[in-house]
Ligand binder design. Structure first.
Ligand SMILES: [Zn+2]
Length: 136
């Protein structure tokens, strides 16, 4: 599991922690991001495996085992960075400013929005959801 990038403070506000310097990221000072290109490549590869599997299944019948080992990938980790801490500032990663996600309601809103992205399931956002779900 990736390092914990978001926690819920006692006042209920979400605290994003910089993945480089491990300090909280204040509003206006940074963003939450993910390598969506990498996640998109994973998605595309899985689609190809699915397509090839269905072709084999049609040709050879329903007993063809699904090639699980070909679709076993570590999820692409979400990170938070201060503007000056991102090791890949020109990467073209998907991002949003930390101040746009400071409450559980905003987190839920982002989750709904992100679910529309084809690459989303190949990221570790579900870990973030799990962490926030058990925080008191
Ligand atoms: Zn930092």
């Amino acid at each position: 599991m990736s390092r914990r990038v978001v926690t819920k403070a006692r006042n209920g506000r979400l605290v994003w922690t910089c993945s480089t310097c491990c300090q909280p990221v204040a509003n206006g000072r940074g963003y939450v991001c993910v390598d969506s290109n990498q996640a998109g490549l994973t998605h595309a590869r899985h689609e190809t495996v699915d397509f090839e599997y269905r072709k084999r299944q049609e040709a050879e019948g329903s007993l063809v085992p699904y090639p699980l080992d070909e679709v076993w990938d570590d999820p692409v980790p979400w990170a938070a960075y201060h503007h000056g801490c991102d090791p890949r500032p020109d990467s073209g990663d998907y991002w949003f400013a930390v101040e746009r996600c400071r409450t559980l309601a905003e987190f839920l809103h982002w989750s709904a929005h992100l679910l529309e992205k084809r690459w989303f399931a190949h990221t570790d956002w579900r870990d973030l959801m799990g962490w926030l779900g058990v925080d008191r």
